[in-house]
Design a protein around this ligand. Structure first.
Ligand code: ZN
Length: 312
């Protein structure tokens, strides 16, 4: 039986996953204020950007500058997405604490998203491992692969669990430090979340499977997060205001809402280290930087209950 943690880590992905799916481009200065505000409210891991060509994602063209800024905040884990070896080189130069590479369990989605087959991505993973191993251990970023569309794909439909398991085995062999399970499309349901976490931990080792990335397309995001928590998952990706989606997954709505995720855990007495009032106040940076973007979240809409007691 997995052990439920009394403390979990919220990994804020809004500055990457959220912003890349917004039509508008958030000005760099506001992005810095937002990241600073998230940090001040207690967030200790942020996926701040993506090392992809600026032509493809103008919203994230300032990732190098944002990594440098976020790197000045003490005890903040600064994460960036990388699509390939070139991205890993740029991330290394910028000085990130961790890199995350998305690999779609659905090969159709992989072609759409990275224009690479599974074999090609696994070869990339090996090359990235070799690159990271060439730097001293104390400067070496953690290397994660997010297995995306792990619970279903808007292009292929069901994704067989055996496919996810085989890929997980290959990724461990290729040298990843951690594997995250991503519900890119929001197709997951709570019992499936439990089952897949258990199975992937069996083939990859429980110590490598600590995080989930969930979307709220069908309103099951919080149920899935709780399910993962019951399985001992301790890192939860989420996005302030529920920003996000996926360009290669038509119809997929945003990430689970950070404010609601923090509310759920704090309400259960599980420490997130985050001050909800201060967190919700950071929505003002989104409103300033992306005035046309709709923000989601039950907690910000309702306000905190009168008897609300944070866990810390
Ligand atoms: Zn996402």
């Amino acid at each position: 039986m997995a052990i439920m943690k009394d403390k979990i880590l919220v990994s804020e992905v809004g500055p990457r996953d959220g912003l890349q799916n917004c039509a508008g481009v958030m000005p760099t200065e506001i992005k810095k204020q937002w990241i600073q505000g998230l940090f001040d409210s207690g967030v200790r891991e942020i996926e701040v950007g993506s090392f992809v060509p600026p032509k493809l994602l103008p919203q994230l063209a300032d990732t190098g500058e944002i990594v440098a800024y976020a790197g000045t905040l003490p005890d903040l884990t600064v994460l960036a997405l990388i699509p390939n070896l070139r991205g890993a080189q740029n991330a290394l130069e910028a000085g990130v604490d961790a890199v995350t590479l998305p690999l779609s369990a659905s090969e159709t989605h992989s072609m759409e998203n990275l224009r690479q087959t599974h074999d090609q991505v696994v070869e990339n993973v090996k090359a990235i491992r070799a690159l990271l191993d060439s730097v001293p251990p104390d400067q070496r970023p953690r290397f994660e692969v997010g297995v995306s569309t792990a619970f279903g794909c808007s292009l292929e439909g069901n994704v067989p669990e055996d496919k996810v398991l085989r890929l997980s085995e290959r990724l461990v062999e290729a040298g990843v430090d951690e594997l995250g399970l991503s519900d890119t499309t929001g197709y997951a349901q709570p019992l499936q979340v439990k089952r897949l976490i258990r199975k992937v931990r069996e083939v990859a080792g429980a110590e490598r499977v600590k995080s989930v990335h969930l979307h709220n397309t069908y309103g099951l995001g919080m149920a899935n997060a709780f399910s993962a928590y019951e399985e001992g998952i301790e890192v939860f990706d989420s996005s302030q205001g529920g920003l996000g989606g996926c360009p290669a997954s038509p119809g997929a709505s945003g990430n689970i809402v950070t404010e609601d995720l923090v509310y759920m855990f704090e309400r259960m007495g599980v420490d997130t280290g985050i001050d909800l009032d201060r967190l919700m106040a950071c929505r003002k940076f989104l409103q300033a930087g992306l005035p046309d973007e709709e923000l989601y979240g039950f907690t910000p809409n309702a306000g905190l209950p009168i008897n609300f007691q944070p866990s810390h």
